[in-house]
Write a protein that binds this ligand. Structure first.
Ligand code: UTP
Length: 445
């Protein structure tokens, strides 16, 4: 793209102001700005402006939400699911999707969130646990399990460097695929692109839902097809307790011929900020916690249980072919009002004290609406959900470390190993993934 082409496309889209400072820019700045303009998806931009213009309008009426069926696997049903999952993994048909493109602003950590040190003794990073679990699984099942890691422009180079520095945590680099998600411009109230500087458009990652489009554009679906991968385990970077490729979950997904499967856990309290899977007529939907009313949060069944009992910690399994079809569709857009540092029409830096612009994102769970076959599996959060979201309080490094310690202690106890409460414990996934493995390997100190 050259200056004339950039000017033309901006004019067609009512965004000529992006080149307002062109004459003041040096060669490198001009090239960088043209590259940014060339990267913009102007069709998506038009959808964003349309959404903005409609804000304030009442939302479309939807059918009343109903709590969906949730499997609670036990006994023979669990054994059947585990066997099917183990078969799927051992056949090399399973891949892992890790979304790690977020900005981690609540934690306030400078660097990719996956590099955050969470190991109670070794200070091992979040990425360490994820990668070592994938390695342990591929050793256990004698199969390749490719790990696809979504990064964003802001943390891609640092994420790749972190894996390199750490020898890919023992994984074969051929089986680790980094792919970057898309970036979207921020818009002001009038739908105009916000300039972060005279030579730079303000851009931010397009949300975890951007994964679907990015998998297609970066050739990951093609890579999966080549490898014979059809079942994809999805999780977020902030939860080191997640049971990656839990065979029972993978197996249930396969046996149910599911397109989109979700692990769900009982909410900590009625108002906990977890998304809620619901059915509306024949389709599925996720209600964000911000959209749950008090009445919905506190509704009870006649047995006194919460009616909307289960929340989603964003642990999913996808059928690859289903996700590939989703990539051909426009996912819904979500907008958030934010304080966006920028330059004004005169090129003066502005540090807003109140929200001045809009960021746009796609959410992965919006794929639910298109899934005909959805499977929900209940799990015990004490086993696998201690996310690191906030710097302090709930869902912080402190609660995560405490959760990991308790989990590892339970596993050791189950394996017949007593450890004094005052002694910190840490278990590397390659040493043992569960109590059974601890018991079979034994303890060497
Ligand atoms: P969160 O919603 O927790 O956002 O992301 P975040 O950016 O990590 O943290 P905050 O909200 O700024 O504090 C959930 C998961 O989705 C990924 C994150 O990396 C995390 O694993 N994500 C989020 C992306 O990969 N890309 C995005 O654009 C947003």
């Amino acid at each position: 793209m050259d200056f004339a082409q950039a000017g033309k496309i901006l004019k067609e889209n009512g965004q000529e102001h992006v080149l307002r400072f062109w004459k003041q820019l040096g060669k490198a700045s001009r090239e960088a700005l043209i590259a940014q303009i060339a990267s913009i998806d102007f069709r998506a931009l038009a959808r964003m402006a349309d959404l903005l213009s409609k804000r304030g309008e009442p939302p479309a009426k939807k059918r009343a939400p109903v709590a969906p069926k949730v499997h609670e696997l036990a006994g023979k049903a669990r054994a059947r699911a585990v066997a099917a999952g183990e078969k799927e993994i051992a056949a090399g048909r399973t891949g892992v999707l890790l979304v790690a493109g977020g900005q981690g602003s609540r934690l306030g950590f400078d660097g990719p969130k996956g590099a955050y040190e969470i190991g109670p003794i070794t200070n091992a990073s979040l990425f360490h646990y994820h990668a070592r679990k994938v390695l342990a699984l591929s050793l256990r099942y004698g199969a390749d399990i490719p790990l696809y890691i979504m990064t964003s422009e802001a943390n891609d180079a640092a994420t790749r460097a972190f894996f390199k520095q750490n020898g890919f945590f023992g994984l074969d680099p051929e089986n680790v695929v980094f792919f970057t998600q898309g970036m979207w411009p921020g818009l002001d109230d009038g739908g105009k692109i916000i300039m972060a500087a005279k030579d730079r458009i303000f851009m931010s990652p397009d949300g975890h839902g951007g994964m679907v489009d990015a998998l297609e554009k970066r050739g990951c679906f093609a890579d999966m097809r080549k490898r014979g991968v059809r079942t994809l385990f999805y999780f977020q970077v902030d939860n080191p307790a997640v049971e990656i490729c839990d065979p029972a979950f993978i197996g249930l997904h396969v046996l149910e011929k599911s397109q989109y499967s979700l692990k769900l856990c009982a909410k900590r309290d009625p108002g906990e900020g977890l998304g809620m899977v619901v059915k509306r007529g024949d389709s599925f939907d996720m209600i964000e916690y911000t959209e749950m009313t008090d009445e919905m949060n506190n509704r009870r069944t006649k047995d006194g249980e919460l009616y909307f009992k289960y929340g989603s910690p964003a642990i999913h399994v996808f059928d690859r072919a289903f996700l590939e079809k989703e990539a051909a569709k426009d996912m819904p857009l979500h907008l958030a009002h934010k304080k966006i540092p920028c330059v004004d029409a005169k090129g003066r830096a502005v540090k807003p004290s109140a929200p001045n612009g809009w960021k746009f994102e796609k959410f992965i769970f919006d794929c639910l609406a298109d899934a005909k076959r959805v499977t929900n599996l209940a799990f015990d959060r004490a086993d696998e959900f201690f996310p690191v979201k906030n710097a302090e309080g709930n869902d912080s490094p402190a609660t995560c470390r405490a959760g990991l310690q308790a989990k590892w202690r339970r596993q050791l106890a189950e394996a017949g190993i007593k450890v004094d409460e005052s002694v910190p414990v840490e278990i590397d996934p390659v040493y043992a993934l569960d109590a059974q493995e601890i018991a079979s390997v034994g303890l060497f100190l």
